[in-house]
Design a protein around this ligand. Structure first.
Ligand SMILES: NC(=O)c1ccc[n+]([C@@H]2O[C@H](COP(=O)([O-])OP(=O)(O)OC[C@H]3O[C@@H](n4cnc5c(N)ncnc54)[C@H](OP(=O)(O)O)[C@@H]3O)[C@@H](O)[C@H]2O)c1
Length: 270
């Protein structure tokens, strides 16, 4: 655990999964917007480098917390670090997450359980830990990174799609619960985006989808839209017209057809 300069009076944004990809971009945009940062992931080195870069560019105070959010201890360590430093977390970005492609009955059980632990359990626990402070202050923002995968079942990535369906459902419910409190919850639902996600998800099988037949989004552009939607207190942000159409149409599409099409896209390339 390291920290660069720290200002108690600063407004803090806590970003999980800030060591790469969309989370790294979200952190850098929030620094540009004037937030001090708490960066969380397992790899501290890239977060330390980002902290130094943002300190130079914007004078951003940053606390780097190395934690495995797949464990209860990791989640508790993040909460304890924030409480010990008395950091007012005004923005919580639950971005850490990963996917794994392949048949449910063939993929390693622990890695699949890990997806639930990181994508669902840690996200829920961190939200529960930081919402009361936001309520007490009468202002706050939660940005949960879901996916277009959250709008439909995903054969050959069954657990990943199910975790993201949870994130969409949970975020939309909280958005409504918090109406009128000054605190909002936004679900950011990107389609396929160029990050380390695909490499990590392809350890056992590489889906056709990862070759970009439905397009590939840019992580910075996705993050910009996410932060903008979060600031405006939007319930859902789906970057990209094709992704928005897909998300709107999924509930009305014949289920069997949707399942077969998704299975085709998630299947290993020939
Ligand atoms: N890329 C896409 O196509 C896409 C599309 C829709 C949604 N998403 C979602 O976007 C979010 C960010 O993914 P990305 O695309 O930016 O992929 P990425 O570059 O692989 O980033 C994933 C981040 O999550 C962190 N993370 C993973 N497991 C963790 C753990 N056990 N404990 C703490 N941190 C952990 C990683 O940090 P460490 O490895 O250092 O711990 C990393 O910072 C994820 O929730 C993903 O599901 C991605």
């Amino acid at each position: 655990m390291t920290s660069t300069a720290m200002v108690q009076a600063a407004r803090y944004a806590l970003v999980t999964g800030a060591s790469s990809g969309i989370g790294r971009e979200l952190a850098s945009i929030l620094a540009r917007e004037g937030y001090a940062l708490v960066l969380v992931a397992r790899r501290t080195e890239p977060m330390g480098a980002l902290a130094r870069q943002l300190a130079q560019a914007h004078g951003t105070p940053t606390v780097v917390v190395g934690a495995d959010l797949g464990t209860r201890e990791g989640v508790d360590a993040v909460v304890q670090e924030v409480e010990a430093r008395r950091l007012p977390v005004e923005v919580l970005v639950n971005n850490a997450g990963y996917g794994l492609a392949g048949r449910f009955d063939e993929l390693p059980a622990d890695a699949q359980q890990g997806m639930v632990d990181v994508n669902v359990t840690a996200l829920t626990a961190l939200t529960r830990a930081f919402l009361p402070g936001m309520r007490a202050r009468g202002r706050g923002r939660v940005l949960n990174v879901a996916s277009t995968a959250g709008f439909q079942p995903g054969p050959l990535m069954a657990v990943y799609y199910a975790t993201k369906a949870y994130v969409v459902s949970f975020s939309e419910a909280l958005h409504e619960e918090l109406r009128g409190t000054g605190v909002t919850v936004t679900a950011l639902c990107p389609g396929f985006t160029a990050t380390d996600f695909a490499t990590r998800a392809s350890a056992h099988a590489r889906p056709r989808l990862f070759s970009g037949p439905l397009g590939v989004s840019d992580a910075r552009a996705v993050a910009e839209l996410g932060v903008r939607g979060m600031k405006h207190g939007r319930r859902l942000v789906v970057p990209g017209l094709a992704n928005r159409l897909g998300a709107r149409m999924a509930p009305f599409a014949p289920r069997g057809l949707l399942l077969r099409l998704t299975r085709h896209l998630n299947a290993q390339e020939e």
